[in-house]
Design a protein around this ligand. Structure first.
Ligand code: PLP
Length: 401
């Protein structure tokens, strides 16, 4: 992909996944070929791999202000979320009345898991969000009891970028003595992941969302928090998660997190003006569109807009033809034509959900790429409204009835 090109290869789907940073790839490569040992082997090759994994674990722990042995490697963010929820529900000493508190805008890795757990008798409270996509601490307080098994609330939403008051909810959970998990998969590039400031007991991350490789994730587990194992088998990860240690991907993830932390300030200060520039221009220059989610506490790279009277898939395909990659929902639900559960949760109606488009910027996004995208977007929205049965071009108005 050529990021510099004006009319080809504009990648604006960084919430779905990011390109591996060349520095990350360089750090990983020796562990695929020369230093390929199994970190559980006792010989030199194994010890070499284990040393590298130990160093990576230390580095990651320092970025989270965690203890080294509180970092567990998983295969992805979905596994980390599953482990947090199922591990907590099945923890041997937990009481019989299982109760989870979560939100209606979580990623399917949490929501689907909760639905399965409900069938197994777990009571789940799905908290709503306000019009801007924010959860309220008062709502958490309303349903939480000292017997609650787990509170699981995402740090930043993958569709609308809303950032939740994790530190406050964490403080309350701590006072109540209830275990608190946050899915921070979308937050690593821009948010502080200090687990002690956040007051979290469990935190999920996934390397491919911050320019690391796909297929590797983290579950931070605060010492003393009891979880049952999700993947049984060998003795890896201090006997808590079986599977041959994925040395190259772990090295890559540590390198990617180091880069994300070191370049965080620059990332934020570059992307917020670009994000706001795009939003302002589109809202001014394209009629009948709105921003989904609030601007106050929003990921610097997230834009989610609804364009009335058109299906978002049509816009997505039109942009794709012009070499621009965006998303019509989260990557996982993009294959389904169900309206986004996140946009629905904002209370804006199914029509807005059907016409919502996510544009997620990245480290290399330029203003030229955004200008080109706005140019194509204006042209295609006008064309699509011209053929939409819901829009009257002559009168310049549309209707859903
Ligand atoms: N949680 C959130 C908020 C996500 O955005 C995603 C992926 O889109 C996941 C979890 C799942 O992560 P993974 O793709 O590593 O399984």
């Amino acid at each position: 992909m050529n990021n510099k090109s004006k009319n080809k290869g504009v990648y604006l789907d960084n919430a779905a996944t990011t390109a591996v940073d060349p520095r990350v790839l360089k750090a990983m490569l020796p562990y695929f070929t020369k230093q390929f040992g199994n970190a559980s082997s006792l010989h030199y090759y194994g010890r070499d791999a284990l040393n590298a994994v130990d160093l990576a674990r230390e580095k990651i722990a320092s970025f989270l202000n965690a203890k080294t042995l509180e970092i567990y490697f998983t295969s992805c963010g979905s596994e980390s979320d599953n482990w947090a929820l199922r591990g907590r529900v099945y923890a041997p000493s937990k009481n019989k009345n299982k109760h989870i508190i979560t939100t209606s805008i979580e990623h399917p890795a949490v929501l689907d898991t909760c639905r399965v757990l409900e069938k197994e008798g777990v009571k789940v409270d799905y908290l709503g969000v306000d019009h801007d996509g924010y959860v309220s601490l008062d709502d958490v307080k309303r349903v939480a009891t000292p017997e609650t098994t787990l509170i699981s609330i995402m740090m930043a939403n993958n569709e609308i970028g809303s950032i939740q008051p994790i530190a406050e909810i964490g403080e309350f959970s701590k006072e109540l003595g209830v275990c608190f998990h946050t899915d921070a998969v979308q937050a690593a590039e821009s948010e502080d992941l200090n687990v002690n400031n956040l007051n979290v007991d469990l935190l999920s991350l996934s390397a491919h969302k911050f320019h690391g490789p796909k297929g590797i994730g983290i579950l931070y587990i605060r010492s003393g928090v009891e979880l049952s194992r999700l993947i049984t088998g060998g003795h890896q990860e201090r006997n808590q998660r079986a599977g041959t240690t994925n040395t190259p991907l772990i090295i890559g993830m540590a390198s990617a997190l180091e880069i994300a932390v070191n370049e965080r300030a620059e990332y934020i200060s570059r992307l917020i003006p670009l994000r706001n520039y795009f939003i302002d221009r589109v809202l001014k220059e394209i009629p009948f569109c709105n921003l989904n989610g609030g601007l106050d506490r929003r990921l610097p790279n997230n834009i989610n807009l609804s364009f009335d009277f058109i299906e978002s898939e049509s816009i997505l395909i039109s942009l794709d033809r012009a070499g621009i990659a965006v998303s019509s929902g989260s990557a996982c639900s993009a294959a389904s034509l169900e309206p986004s559960h996140v946009i629905i949760a904002l209370g804006v109606g199914a029509e807005k959900a059907h016409s919502s488009l996510r544009v997620s910027l990245g480290r290399t996004t330029t203003i030229e790429e955004l200008d080109y995208t706005i140019y194509v977007l204006k042209r295609e929205i006008e064309r699509l409204r011209g053929i939409s049965p819901l829009f009257n071009v002559e009168k310049g108005v549309g209707s859903y009835v």
